[in-house]
Design a protein around this ligand. Structure first.
Ligand code: ADP
Ligand code: MG
Length: 474
C-alpha cells in the first residue's frame, strides 16, 4: 500500500525545495503551536510538526473506521450509564491505581447525591493502526478510544491544504486533487452548540477547561471560533480558576465569575499531575453541577484501558448493547488481542507468555497522553518484577500492532531534514449528544492522521513523537 510518490522521496533537491515551501504553507494555513520556550505567549509561534508527504491509507480500512464510529459513540454512551459494569470492571484497578480510584470516588459521590445533569455530550477519538498480516494484507486495529480532551481536530483541518500544495510542487497534481476535505473542529463545535442549545439558557457560556501550559492553544481556538461564529460565548479557565471563582446555586447551576456555564469542555484533567487537592475539589464541583460536562466523569472512566480490555471479553459487548448484533460485529472486528492481568490463573498465564515473548505485546497502565506504555525488554523487566504482586492489576496487556513502514520526512522546527521509516495512526472523531434517554446527535466528525518514525514505540504529537499527516487513500 505504498503511496505513489515513493520515487520523489529520494530526490534530495526536490525534497528540500518542497519542505521549505511546506513550512511556509503550514504557517500561512495556521498549522501552529506555541513554542517550548514561551508556551503561554502567542508573540512567538512556530508550525506544528507535520509530514512532508501525505501517507498512504488503505481506502477500505479508512471507510471501515468511519463506519464503526457511530457504534463506538453508542458504546461509550452505554458504558457511561452502566454503573454495575463500571464498578465491576474497575474494581481490581482502583485497588492499586490511585488516580483511577480518585476519579471513581467522584463518580460514586456524584451518583449518590443524584445527577442533575440532563444533557450529555461526548466527543471522542477512536485511534487505529493498520496491522500487517503475514500475507501482507492490512487490518484495522483499534489502539484506544480517547473520551477526554481528544486533540488536533482543529489543526488537522488545515494540513490537507498544505499537502495538496506539496504534491503539486512535486508534479503530482492529479494525486493532489484526491486529498479529502476534513474539518473535525466544525463537527466538534456542532456537538458543543447542540448541547449548549439543549441546556436552554441563552446567556450561558461554554467553558473550555484548559491547561496551565497552553502550547496547543491554536488547535482549541479552531473549535472556539466555530462557536463564536454561532454567537455562542466561550470562556477559557483552568482548574484553579474554578476552585477560586466557581460556584453552584441552589439548583446546582454552575457559575464562573457571575456567568452561568452551560457546557464544560475539558481539554485538561486526564493525568494525575494536573490534580492537587484544590483541583480535585474543582473537579468535584464541576461534576456535581447541572452543566453539560464533555465528558462527564463516567464517560472519562469509560475510556480507561481497563474498560477497553474488558470490552474484548466474549459476551461483554452483547450485555452492553443488547439487540444490536450488527454494531457489535463492526466493533469487534476492530479489536486487537487484549488481556487482563488481574490476579488469578488467566493473568498468571498471559504474564508468563509476555515475559517469554515480550515483542508480541504492549504493557499499558491506566494513563493517557503518550509515553506511558512499556515495550520489549522494559516490558519484560517490569512484568518480572510485578508478576506476583497486586500492582500487576493496574496494567493491561495488548497485542502489539505491526504496521508496514513507509518513507517520509517529519518536518519539525529546528530539526534537520532527513528521511525516516514511518508508521501512521488514524483517529476518527465522534460526537454525540443525549438528552435524558434520547440520543439527539450521533456522528463521525472527521479524522486525524498522525505519523511517527518507527524507532519510537510510543507517543503522540503533543508528546513530541508523532507529527500531523493527511491520509492519501489507496
Ligand atoms: P495514550 O493514552 O498514552 O495515548 P495509547 O494506547 O494510545 O496510549 O498508546 C500510545 C502510543 O503507543 C500509540 O499512539 C501507539 O503509537 C503506541 N501503541 C499503543 N498501543 C499499541 C499497540 N497495541 N501496538 C503498537 N503500538 C501501540
Ligand atoms: Mg493514544
Amino acid at each position: 500500500m505504498a503511496a505513489p510518490w515513493q520515487d520523489v522521496v529520494r530526490d534530495a533537491a526536490a525534497v528540500r525545495e518542497a519542505a521549505a515551501l511546506a513550512v511556509d504553507a503550514a504557517l500561512l494555513a495556521g498549522v501552529l503551536m506555541r513554542t517550548g520556550e514561551q508556551p503561554n505567549a502567542s508573540d512567538v509561534v512556530n508550525y506544528a510538526p507535520f509530514t512532508l508527504l501525505p501517507s498512504a491509507v488503505p481506502r477500505a480500512l479508512f471507510e471501515q473506521a468511519y463506519a464503526v464510529q457511530q457504534d463506538f459513540n453508542l458504546l461509550v454512551d452505554a458504558i457511561s450509564q452502566n454503573k454495575e459494569f463500571l464498578e465491576q470492571t474497575l474494581a481490581s484497578t482502583i485497588k492499586v491505581d490511585d488516580f483511577t480510584a480518585r476519579l471513581f470516588r467522584i463518580y460514586m459521590q456524584v451518583l449518590e447525591e443524584g445527577l442533575v445533569q440532563t444533557v450529555f455530550l461526548g466527543i471522542n477519538r477512536s485511534d487505529y493502526m493498520f496491522d500487517c498480516g503475514l500475507d501482507g494484507t492490512a487490518a484495522l486495529r483499534q489502539i484506544e478510544i480517547n473520551t477526554i480532551a481528544a486533540s488536533f481536530g482543529g489543526l488537522t483541518s488545515r494540513t490537507a491544504d498544505v499537502h495538496r500544495l506539496v504534491l503539486k510542487v512535486l508534479g503530482k497534481t492529479e494525486e493532489a486533487s484526491h486529498l479529502l476535505p476534513n474539518n473535525p473542529a466544525k463537527g466538534l463545535a456542532l456537538g458543543i452548540a447542540k448541547a449548549w442549545e439543549l441546556y436552554g439558557s441563552q446567556r450561558a457560556v461554554v467553558m473550555f477547561l484548559v491547561e496551565e501550559i497552553q502550547r496547543n492553544i491554536f488547535d482549541q481556538r479552531c473549535v472556539e471560533n466555530e462557536l463564536w461564529n454561532r454567537n455562542i460565548r466561550v470562556i477559557r479557565r483552568r482548574f484553579r480558576d474554578v476552585f477560586e471563582q466557581g460556584s453552584l446555586d441552589g439548583s446546582r447551576r454552575l457559575y464562573m465569575d457571575g456567568q452561568e456555564v452551560a457546557v464544560v469542555y475539558y481539554r485538561e484533567g486526564y493525568v494525575p499531575q494536573t490534580y492537587n487537592q484544590q483541583n480535585w475539589e474543582a473537579r468535584l464541583l464541576l461534576e456535581r453541577s447541572r452543566a453539560v460536562k464533555c465528558p462527564d466523569i463516567a464517560t472519562q472512566l469509560a475510556g480507561t484501558k481497563k474498560v477497553q480490555q474488558e470490552l474484548s471479553r466474549p459476551g461483554t459487548l452483547e450485555k452492553l448493547l443488547p439487540g444490536r448484533p450488527e454494531a457489535i460485529a463492526r466493533l469487534r472486528a476492530t479489536f486487537a488481542g487484549l488481556y487482563s492481568l488481574d490476579e488469578g490463573e488467566e493473568g498468571d498465564r498471559i504474564a508468563a507468555t509476555a515475559i517469554a515473548d515480550p515483542d508480541r505485546f504492549v504493557l499499558k497502565p491506566q494513563r493517557e497522553g503518550g509515553g506511558n506504555n512499556l515495550y520489549g525488554e522494559e516490558l519484560k523487566q517490569v512484568l518480572e518484577k510485578i508478576k506476583d504482586s497486586p500492582e500487576r492489576t493496574s496494567y493491561i496487556l495488548m497485542d502489539k500492532i505491526k504496521p508496514q513502514p513507509a518513507l517520509n520526512y517529519l518536518l519539525r522546527a529546528h530539526s534537520p531534514l532527513h528521511v525516516s521509516e514511518c508508521i501512521s495512526e488514524l483517529g476518527i472523531f465522534g460526537v454525540y449528544v443525549r438528552q435524558g434517554q434520547e440520543l439527539v446527535l450521533n456522528q463521525a466528525a472527521g479524522h486525524l492522521l498522525r505519523t511517527k518514525a518507527i524507532e519510537h514505540a510510543d507517543g503522540g504529537v503533543a508528546a513530541g513523537v508523532a507529527v500531523l499527516d493527511t491520509p492519501y487513500l489507496v
